[in-house]
Design a protein around this ligand. Structure first.
Ligand SMILES: Cc1ncc(COP(=O)(O)O)c(C=O)c1O
Length: 420
């Protein structure tokens, strides 16, 4: 008898579809807005000049002449696409140079370049973990980490974001699961912009015999004296087994990397399905990423890292002074704090977040809106982020807009969350 169940029914019945329809009618959909030029501190978007506080172009390198030239030279030499996987027919010398330079930068034995960061997480976790193993992940980890864990069919033991006693409890339980254990955390969490307490995490992993992988997507090219990320910042590079990063943020391109011990990387090279069964990243993407890596590793790098963090601090302080509830930089045990380019404004309610986004957008400031599942339920936030290339005049204009919008918004919708 034919089934009466339509697998497409969910496309009609999903509650998000109704919400999207309603938001569309109100002109309050914060997603899929169209850029009409490069992602720079100020962009043309849907017919208007807007200040861009919603990109991951942390160093502003998408507009850098050398990075653009890296892409152009790669297209001129290799054409527009490679039409096959790295494994079979899509490896060019630029992939190998990039892998070599990334391994040097990160101080690892080897590195493997994937077509996207999402695939790098899928390809590492889905290959190194198996059904008998346990993977322990922070609940704030990026979706691609969760996807990799699911792909692997390892036992997943999530722990509540940043709670070290819960990580320890998970490790303790995992030792009874009977397989290998991998802990995987974001170095900088993508939505809240906070930093994983790596010194404590490496200690716990060592105590329980677990391997550790750190996703440096939002930290590479930003944190640490060399810009090598949170592992460098905390001085634990030699105690972290695998490092992942993307090229889609500071490196102004698209692609991902897994870096670590030579034997592990070699194994991924010949076994990782998300590496082997997808087309190699296009020459332009690799050429641009390589040029960006070289800028980060040059004398110019540290000044760029300092500038983006300085801008982040300025925006954080400015928004806090206006009375917004801004996520605080992570405080370290020694009393100092770690600023990252991600400066989130907590809103809480999904609809309020959408309306606040709309008011800012109409006033000429673009920010990102994060709703569940990107953040916990009722934890909606506007994720602002800065570039090294934002100047103070532009940030001041953005702050002025936030001030005006807040006043008008609160008189219509009631108060926004504040710090106390
Ligand atoms: C923490 C983190 N990991 C992985 C990824 C995936 O990277 P990509 O965009 O290169 O696929 C992202 C991207 O948003 C991210 O924020």
């Amino acid at each position: 008898m034919p089934t009466s169940i339509d697998v497409f029914a969910k496309a009609r019945e999903n509650e998000r579809i109704e919400q999207l329809k309603a938001a569309r009618e109100l002109g309050a959909v914060p997603y899929f807005h169209v850029l009409e030029g490069p992602t720079l501190p100020v962009v043309e978007m849907e017919g208007m000049r807007r200040i861009m506080l919603g990109s991951n172009n942390y160093l502003g390198l998408t507009g850098d002449e050398r990075v653009r030239q890296g892409a152009i030279d790669a297209v001129n030499k290799y054409g527009t696409g490679l039409t096959g996987s790295r494994f079979l027919n899509g490896t060019i010398d630029l992939h190998l140079e990039l892998e070599h330079e990334l391994a040097q930068w990160l101080g690892t034995e080897d590195a493997l370049v994937f077509t996207t960061g999402h695939q790098a997480n899928l390809g590492a976790l889905g290959t190194l973990l198996g059904p008998g193993d346990t993977v322990i992940a922070d609940s704030g980890d990026h979706a691609s980490i969760l996807d990799g864990c699911i792909l692997s069919r390892a036992k997943l033991r999530p722990f509540r974001h940043g709670r070290m006693h819960l990580l320890e409890k998970a490790l303790d339980r995992a030792t009874g699961d009977g397989g290998g254990i991998l802990v995987v955390v974001d170095g900088v969490f993508s939505m809240e912009g906070d930093v994983a307490p790596l010194p404590e995490i490496v200690e716990l992993c060592a105590r329980y015999g677990a391997r550790l992988m750190v996703d440096e997507a939002h930290a590479l090219g930003v944190l640490g004296a060399r810009g090598a990320g949170t592992c460098e910042l905390f001085g634990v590079e030699d105690r972290v087994d695998l490092r992942m990063a993307t090229f889609s943020k500071s490196l102004a391109s698209c692609g991902g990397v897994i870096a670590g011990a030579a034997d592990v990387i070699e194994y991924l090279r010949i076994q990782s399905r998300p590496f082997m069964f997808t087309a190699a990243s296009v020459p332009a993407a690799v050429g641009a990423a390589l040029a960006a890596v070289r800028i980060c590793r040059s004398e110019e790098g540290p000044a760029l890292f300092a500038r983006v963090l300085d801008n982040a601090r300025y925006l954080h302080d400015g928004l806090t002074a206006l009375g917004f509830h801004v996520v605080e930089p992570t405080r370290l045990n020694d009393g100092s704090d770690v600023v990252t380019p991600v400066v989130p404004v907590l809103v809480g309610d999904d609809w309020k977040a959408a309306f606040l986004w709309k008011a800012l957008y109409e006033a000429g400031v673009f920010v990102n809106t994060a709703l569940h599942p990107a953040v916990p339920p009722a934890g909606a936030l506007l994720r602002t982020s800065v570039m090294a290339t934002h100047d103070r005049t532009t940030l001041d204009q953005a702050l002025e807009t936030f001030a005006q919008v807040k006043q008008a918004f609160e008189s219509e919708h009631g108060p926004l969350p504040s710090r106390q």
